[in-house]
Write a protein that binds this ligand. Structure first.
Ligand code: SF4
Length: 448
């Protein structure tokens, strides 16, 4: 259990200096206990108190990273029950299951789909990140051979699954450079696997029979010095697994139950044989509250909606999705190609760039930082007005790429042009583009 607000309050300076942004030390203590404040906001906490309070200030669900180098899946770190309260932090890792008892063709098919099913959306690459390699054969050598194959053919973050310590030990040795997740510690092998996880600095999953058992094993592993744990309550029906997810999240956040304060792993692949039902179960766990979701196979028609759901739920609702400010060439533009200017709201960018692409007129698209606001909203907020756009165009570097001095601004209001022309100076020609982005292709084809 973490500290209560009153316990935290007793460790604070009690000067009510307000420098932490709240009127009293008591209010700060309550916020800290609820995970709504950072300890660093108070500059006057003693070192001794800081050491004690850092425990209380830690996120109620421990953040951890699985993998190495650029291929890391971060999970946990959550502080709220509902996304609208603040934001969800680390999206769940999506894994495909591969077993050493599967026929070679099935293994190759699943790995192929894992590598190929990637989607570009709002400037991001959406894809599954993990492969769960399962030792069903009972043969350590077959298990290690499969791990090596997955490593050689993919950049996947690995989950190693076996009920044999010997196989897991061999598997971890063969993939130590990928820092895999070890699955799973049980009543019988918890201490042995704790040593393995510590030796190779890996995260360790716990598989229990129920929540009480899960909490007990978690306490044993924590006492053994392990910090990076992943929880599996063992439930394999949607209803029970869903209840467990909610219980674990509530216990960690509301009761500060430290033994359940870890991200979870779920197995829709073991809950149904129907691919559509499996996708629906996975979708449930994207929303509540899985850290890792293991799927039996990947198909575009079910994976893409899951990836988009995950993107939407794990996007901070208080921050619009944005593109980076800069010059985006579309379709190999030349020094004679049209130049268009728009804002960095992701949706605006994708509508405008999509229309340019379908026009088949190679163009330069300048994206201006308007803090993620769309064209008219940014104009109304004074962020996409003539003089600001003019200053952006001049420093963007586009004049080194084109020999003409014409710009088009799709969807803006006419009032932008006067100030823009004045800011750019003589020799420039400004056209306010058609209101509807769908008209851009025809407009570009007419010549600008
Ligand atoms: Fe109290 Fe520290 Fe906040 Fe000052 S900054 S009111 S001492 S908690």
């Amino acid at each position: 259990m973490g500290l209560t607000g009153i316990q935290i309050f007793k460790l604070l300076p009690k000067t009510n200096c307000k420098e932490c942004g709240v009127p009293t030390c008591l209010a700060f203590a309550m916020n800290l206990a609820a995970g709504k404040a950072e300890l660093s906001a108070c500059p006057y906490v003693s070192e001794e108190a800081r050491a004690i309070l850092s425990e209380a200030a830690a996120p109620p669900i421990r953040p951890l990273a699985i993998g190495s180098g650029e291929n890391v899946v971060k999970i946990g770190g959550e502080t709220v029950l509902f996304r609208h309260e603040k934001t969800f932090v680390n999206k769940p890792g999506l894994a495909i299951l591969i077993s050493d008892a599967m026929p070679e063709t099935e293994i190759n098919g699943r790995l192929k789909r894992f590598k190929e099913l990637k989607y570009e959306r709002v400037g991001l690459t959406l894809r599954p990140e993990m492969v769960a390699v399962k030792n069903e054969s009972g043969d350590s050598e077959k298990f290690v051979a499969l791990i090596k194959k997955v490593k050689a053919e993919t950049d996947a973050v690995l989950i190693l699954m076996s009920d044999k310590v010997e196989a897991l030990t061999a598997g971890v040795k063969a993939s130590a450079d990928r820092v895999p997740l070890i699955y799973a510690a049980t009543n019988g092998n918890a201490e042995v696997l704790a040593n393995l996880a510590k030796e190779y600095k890996c995260s360790l999953a716990i598989k229990a029979d129920n929540l009480e058992n899960l909490s007990q094993i978690s306490e044993r592993l924590t006492a053994a010095g392990l910090k990076d744990l992943v929880l599996d309550s063992g439930s394999r029906t949607l209803r029970k697994a869903f209840e467990d997810q909610v219980f674990i999240r509530r216990a960690a956040l509301l009761q500060r139950n430290r033994s359940l304060g870890f991200p979870t792993i779920t197995f829709p692949c073991e809950m149904t044989k129907d691919p559509m039902k499996e996708a629906l179960i996975a979708a449930t766990f994207v929303a509540k509250y899985a850290g890792i979701i293991v799927l039996s196979d990947l198909q575009g028609e079910s994976l893409f909606p899951l990836l988009v759901e995950r993107l939407n739920i794990y996007t901070d609702p208080q921050r619009p999705m944005m593109m980076q400010q800069g010059i985006y060439p579309i379709g190999n533009p030349t020094e004679d190609s049209p130049v268009l200017v728009t804002t960095n709201f992701s949706l605006t960018y994708f509508i405008v760039s999509g229309e340019i692409e379908s026009s088949r007129v190679p163009s330069w698209l300048l994206v201006m930082d308007t803090e993620g606001l769309s064209v008219l909203t940014a104009w109304a907020a004074g962020k996409f007005v003539g003089d600001a756009i003019g200053a952006f165009i001049k420093k963007s570097g586009i004049t080194e790429k084109v020999k003409h001095r014409k710009v088009v601004i799709p969807g803006a209001v006419a009032a932008v042009s006067g100030d823009l022309e004045e800011e750019l100076g003589s020799g420039w020609e400004v056209k306010i583009g058609p209101r509807e982005a769908a008209h851009i292709p025809a407009y570009l084809k007419m010549g600008v």
